[in-house]
Design a protein around this ligand. Structure first.
Ligand code: ADP
Length: 267
């Protein structure tokens, strides 16, 4: 836990935000958005004020995971300046997503500079109010958007999501090294291993390591960063996301327990 000591111009309009944490992945489809949504919900469950920027501009999935697909940001005047207000999810996360502005039926085909501009606006033109945590769901990879983000946003830390599979791991390694570049230098809070093992709903004592065992755990050790959690592959994690109520909010299930343990590692 480290207080926010980077204070660029945007900070003023971001109100008081104690921690700004980016969630990244090398590869797509490893569950980065799912992990981010559950972390947001887990933090709310622990009593924190949480905001979320869905910066996955090429595939914004947060409005669906937060059950706010039909909502739109509001408008407010702050110090003579027109700003947007974030949408608030039924279970209390404030969020802004490119999905609120793009036509859901249309593919998002933006060139780098447009994507960068959209991302800047999500920081600068939104009145967030005071927050304990601001989470940023990044697009997969290490491109334009990431460079903008690390330059513009007062990041206090980054989390990298990977499955235990070798192809995902080599990309996750690039993700970690991006944040550790000398001119970027954002503390990597750790790696979270998603889809660590499959647990059948009808046989909750069984574990199948279908993407390999402990891959991200070993990578974390090699890179000397924390392993923040090992999240099982469970059908109801997917169902909970689709229903707009992240699995961490379930009662006493394996997945809710592991997702909450992960949340505890981040705070
Ligand atoms: P990314 O953001 O990395 O592209 P998503 O979070 O969209 O990945 O996840 C990809 C798919 O896998 C989604 O359908 C999601 O519901 C599902 N998923 C992710 N993590 C899990 C998990 N631990 N158990 C079950 N399904 C998962």
């Amino acid at each position: 836990e480290k207080p926010n000591d980077r204070e660029p111009e945007q900070r003023k309009h971001m109100s008081k935000v104690k921690h700004v944490v980016a969630v990244a992945s090398g590869k797509g489809g490893v569950g980065k958005s799912t992990v981010t949504a559950n972390l947001a919900a887990g933090l709310v469950k622990k009593g924190y004020k949480v905001g979320l920027i869905d910066a996955d501009i090429y595939g914004p999935s947060m409005p669906m995971m937060f059950d706010v697909v039909h909502d739109k940001p509001g408008v407010v005047e702050v110090d003579g300046r027109r700003m947007m207000t974030p949408v608030e999810s039924p279970w209390g996360v404030k969020m802004i997503s490119i999905g609120f502005f793009a036509d859901p039926e249309q593919a998002v085909v933006w060139r780098g500079p447009m994507a960068t501009k959209a991302l800047q606006q999500m920081f600068q033109d939104v009145h967030w109010g005071d927050l304990d945590y601001m989470l940023i769901d990044l697009p997969p990879g290490t491109g334009d958007v990431h460079l903008t983000l690390v330059n513009e946003a007062p990041l206090t830390g980054a989390i990298v999501v990977s499955t235990p599979q070798a192809v995902a791991l080599s990309d996750a390694k690039k993700g970690v090294s991006m944040f550790q570049l000398e001119n970027i230098n954002v503390p990597v809070l750790g790696i979270v291993e998603n889809m660590s093992y499959f647990v059948p709903e009808d046989a909750p004592d069984k574990r199948y390591h279908i993407f390999g065992k402990d891959g991200a755990k070993n990578l974390a050790e090699d890179l000397n960063v924390n392993l923040l959690g090992q999240i099982p592959l469970v059908q109801s994690i997917r169902e909970a996301s689709d229903a707009g109520r992240p699995a961490v909010l379930q009662g006493d299930t394996i997945q809710a327990r592991e997702l909450m343990k992960f949340t505890e590692e981040v705070v």
